[in-house]
Write a new protein. Sequence first.
Length: 254
Amino acid sequence: MLLTATVVVDPGFPWPALIMTVMLGALLTLDETAVAQTWFSQPLPAGILAGLIWGDPALGLALGLPMQLLAVGNLPIGQPFTGEKVTPVLGLIAAAAIADWQVTAPFTITGPGTERLGWLLMAAALGSLAGDRAVRWESRLHYRLMLGGLRGLQDGRYEQLERAHKRCLMIAAVRGGVSPLIWAVLATRIWLPLFDVLPDRLCVAVGMLPWLTPALAVGTLGELYGSRRGLMWLGAGFIIALAAVWTLAGGSGS
């Protein structure tokens, strides 16, 4: 007897959006260090792009903004950076869109939407820490490949170095594309359902997490640039924000 397996494909599943998210993850991972470094690979623009793919840019903004504040002192500006900040954000936005999770904008009053946003933010932070290990493994593999290419360069074989470079780019792109898919599956199957069994007090505490990110950003800037320079950055941002609010208020009043 021959056993036949039937694969059931849900025609209503948003496969195009998921495929575009995988492609976006590959492109942004290459952009982060290897290609253009346009900074679209930062959490905030990456989250907005993913939100546009899934038809909910507000969702991308809600998760990308607090993640960007957490990463404000971990930018690739003349220094090494740690963690994997982009692919968990992409995967969680995909999972939230698939599950039709309604979240509120960050820094709003507590409620179910704020608590869900805090739960997503916690998952993104944990994903960043876990992804850092994968990035380190990838860096070691890149080092070995490029070391072999440099050995070939000593023998006058330039094509071996070029092949090693292409392999490194391909490995980075594959990791960047597969990682959002993994985070989306884990979030859909495990992380999002866990939210429904959380105690009420824990839900309230989770909802406060986005409120902590501005203070962490200020503290990180103070540590990165020095306390005086950090205060200057904070003061300049406050003045710009105050001027913007004053301008908007004057425009609406007229």
